[in-house]
Write a protein that binds this ligand. Structure first.
Ligand code: GRF
Length: 218
């Protein structure tokens, strides 16, 4: 039986698209069985419908409390009987109960080299800090925001003339490589967790470097 992947999004869904494409083209033993967005207008929901995926819009603003939203989200997720839940640009903080329910099978992509720049506005903060490398991290989710065992990281350079937008675009291109790689490993059973550290069983490189992307190359 194929592994059932459920994807949670909030926006345009380009990481979702990269994941679906990889799963289909590389014939993973897995299927994306549904997409849930907390924003009904998310462009990624339309993309998912256009590509034959089951979708649910669950507007967080319709709920009085965070707990009520979490409970509804958990029910919507469970209806898809997921084996793994991927947060692909899902911009709501999830409560401990939700996170614990999917412990070890809840995966997030964050647009920074964690543990630097948790939370929002990562690219602006990286530029303000003057760091010379940026990137993205895919990790298992734990109750602390943007923490948890790191599955893989992608590294891109920061250029002197970068703006928040140019840096975000460069990181995003790397995310589209990183997320399918990391989720693919998980669904194929290629990862193991030891003392809070994720190892690849065959020692595949868990760091991706895109050193030449500062020239504008993809
Ligand atoms: C990505 O940069 C993701 O890391 C961040 O939000 C963005 C989502 O982009 N949290 P998309 O919806 O996958 O296009």
């Amino acid at each position: 039986m194929n592994t059932r992947i459920l994807v949670l999004i909030s926006g345009r869904g380009s990481n979702l698209a990269a994941l679906v494409k990889a799963a289909r083209e590389e014939a993973w033993p897995a299927d994306v069985v549904g997409v849930i967005s907390n924003r009904p207008q998310a462009a990624g929901l339309q993309w998912a419908r256009d590509h034959g995926l089951s979708t649910v819009a669950l507007d967080h603003q319709a709920f009085e409390t965070r707990d009520a939203f979490d409970a509804a989200l958990l029910a919507a997720c469970e209806a898809h009987r997921p084996d793994v839940v991927v947060l692909a640009g899902f911009m709501r903080v999830l409560g401990d109960g939700f996170v614990r329910h999917y412990e070890g099978r809840l995966i997030n992509i964050h647009p920074s080299l964690l543990p630097a720049f948790t939370g929002l506005n990562t690219h602006r903060r990286a530029l303000e800090a003057g760091v010379k490398w940026a990137g993205a991290t895919v990790h298992y989710v734990t109750p602390t925001l943007d923490h948890g065992p790191v599955i893989a990281q992608a590294v891109v350079p920061i250029e002197p003339r970068d703006t928040e937008q140019t840096l975000a675009e460069r990181v995003l291109q790397a995310e589209h490589r990183l997320l399918p790689l990391a989720v693919g490993w998980h669904v194929k059973g290629e990862l193991h967790l030891q003392n809070g550290v994720v190892h690849h069983r065959a020692d595949a490189a868990q760091a991706l470097f895109f050193p030449d992307t500062a020239t504008g190359a993809p």
